[in-house]
Write a new protein. Structure first.
Length: 525
């Protein structure tokens, strides 16, 4: 949002819910005299204006009409002195048409989200009625809020720093419970508290240096002139914060997972199994999947776009051939590739040339283990020689072990030649066997051991990462200064680091940075 010439406390309004048919809709207002302005279109103006903060007032949103309007509420009578006015819909000295029956949540400054006087109108969620109420507000003293303006006001009024403000957007955009919980930690202030602790350590170090400058024991040199313990602790804490960005970004933005392999390897079946719904068409006919389809899934909390692709094979069918090319292109852009192979087929059907070209990590997925399962073979009808079930079970077990051993041997040989192969797993896309193991392996490869605890503070944006790295660079320079440098050089480095951290929380922030942060919000937040 453009902060040039911005007028604080100006009454603003916005639709806070999606403008689509729903059970409920919410319209927010904030700013100076916003409740008084709202009362102009409320059936119980005195009750609304007298309402305490954190209370709810029942009534109607009404549209004032001329005296001749036949469809009116309260009969045009003056109900300002009516003892039963709270139980009826009436507007003093005027006639009004009902718009919708609503509940108005009242918030008084400074105990509100924005720190200003606020109200939220809970109405029925029809698009027509929500739009009508919003337009009535604009006609009665409110202007339409800009993107992120409610959260911006919370920031300028000291109700939230920039880390909390950005966490609001993260929660709105979260695709999994895990990603929203990580953002909720930042909203609760864990990152702000971590930065504040680091700032305090740096300020204490500065104070110590200032004493040394004023009352030096020797010449003003950096070597052994002050205790660097807190400075080094701050560097270690910032290094830990900087390392959290990779996993935090993964939870925010998600990963790209591509299913590929020969035709009839079971890609579409595994796609449906991971998605937990019948989305892709499954058939024994080769070439059923002729183009890619995608859907969002959760890899144990990590949001991921999963792509089901056409089988890798040579074909004269022009449409299918295009699908095969698309599969290869998607594979090149994947964060993680899931290569499926039918464990029951000869290993010559595996496309080693395709795998050798991969740069992204590949999980080798042996599918259709249900076809060699002991239980299925034991359940077969006795053969003509009268072999009993126990003997057949033993024989089937031997066959299964041999098939798995052959697959294992093939993978070990292939992995020595193909660096991208990062693990193998045996699954049955048909009945879901082994899918949990696949998800666990995929999560481990995506995170690469950089998972953060839910209670641990983590960085929530590229902006935060950049400022932490800049602060780190300044502090490392201060810690590395050797004998012969003035203590003033260390002071400058530490002060630079404090400025970077101040910009991270919003204590020191240029208008263009604020515009960048809040312009990404939706209207109503």
């Amino acid at each position: 949002m453009d902060n040039t010439g911005y007028t604080p406390e100006e009454p603003i309004a916005a639709v806070a819910t999606a403008l689509a048919p729903a059970a409920l809709g919410i319209i927010r207002v904030s700013g100076k005299n916003s409740i008084q302005l709202l009362s102009k279109i409320f059936s119980r103006p005195k009750a609304l204006n007298a309402a305490a903060g954190n209370t709810i007032v029942y009534g109607w949103i009404v549209e004032l009409q001329n005296a001749g309007f036949a469809k009116s509420v309260g009969g045009g009578q003056d109900c300002s002195q009516d003892q039963n006015a709270a139980a009826r819909d009436c507007v003093p000295d005027q006639k009004a048409a009902r718009v919708d029956e609503v509940l108005v949540s009242v918030f008084r400054a400074p105990k509100s989200f924005t720190g200003e006087e606020m109200a939220e109108i809970s109405c029925h969620g029809g698009t027509a009625v929500v739009t009508q109420i919003f337009n009535l507000l604009l006609q009665n003293g409110f202007r339409q809020a800009e993107r992120g303006e409610f959260t911006f006001r919370a920031f300028i009024n000291g109700k939230a720093d920039l880390t909390k403000a950005e966490a609001v957007r993260e929660i709105i955009e979260s695709r999994t419970n895990a990603s929203s919980q990580k953002a909720a930690g930042r909203l609760a202030g864990n990152l702000h508290a971590q930065i504040a602790a680091i700032q305090k350590s740096l300020i204490d170090t500065l104070a110590q240096i200032e004493v040394e400058i004023e009352y030096p024991e020797d010449e003003e040199t950096i070597a052994d002139a002050y205790d660097q313990t807190k400075l080094l602790e701050a560097i270690a804490q910032l290094e830990t914060l900087a390392s959290t960005w990779k996993s935090e970004k993964l939870y925010q933005e998600g990963a790209r997972l591509v299913l590929c392999g020969k035709t009839n390897a079971g890609k579409s079946s595994l796609f449906n199994s991971l998605l937990k719904e019948e989305r892709a068409i499954v058939s024994d006919i080769e070439g059923t999947t002729r183009d890619w389809i995608e859907s969002w899934i959760s890899i144990d909390g990590i949001p991921a776009r999963l792509f089901d692709t056409a089988g890798l094979r040579s074909t004269s069918d022009e449409i299918e051939a295009r699908g095969v090319e698309s599969a290869k292109e998607l594979s090149d852009e994947a964060d993680l590739l899931l290569y499926l192979a039918d464990v029951t087929l000869p290993k010559e059907q595996i496309d080693l040339a395709f795998l050798a070209e991969r740069k992204e990590p590949v999980i080798f997925v042996w599918n259709k283990i249900d076809k060699i399962s002991v239980g299925q073979n034991a359940a077969n009808q006795e053969d003509s020689q009268g072999q009993n079930a126990a003997a057949k079970t033993e024989k089937a077990s031997q066959g299964q072990n041999a098939a798995l051993a052959e697959a294992q041997k093939f993978y070990e040989a292939a992995s020595q030649k193909i660096p991208a192969l990062s693990g193998q797993v045996f699954v049955s896309a048909k009945n879901g066997g082994g899918v949990k193991d696949l998800v666990s392996m995929a999560k481990g490869l995506l995170l690469k051991g950089q998972e953060t605890e839910r209670s641990q503070a983590g960085l929530g944006s590229e902006r935060q990462k950049r400022l932490v790295e800049q602060a780190l660079e300044s502090l490392r320079h201060a810690a590395a200064l050797q004998k012969g440098y003035s203590l003033d050089a260390a002071v400058q480095d530490i002060e630079d680091a404090l400025d970077f951290l101040g910009e991270l929380t919003g204590r020191v922030t240029a208008d263009d940075i604020l515009d960048s942060v809040f312009s990404n919000f939706c209207v109503g937040k």
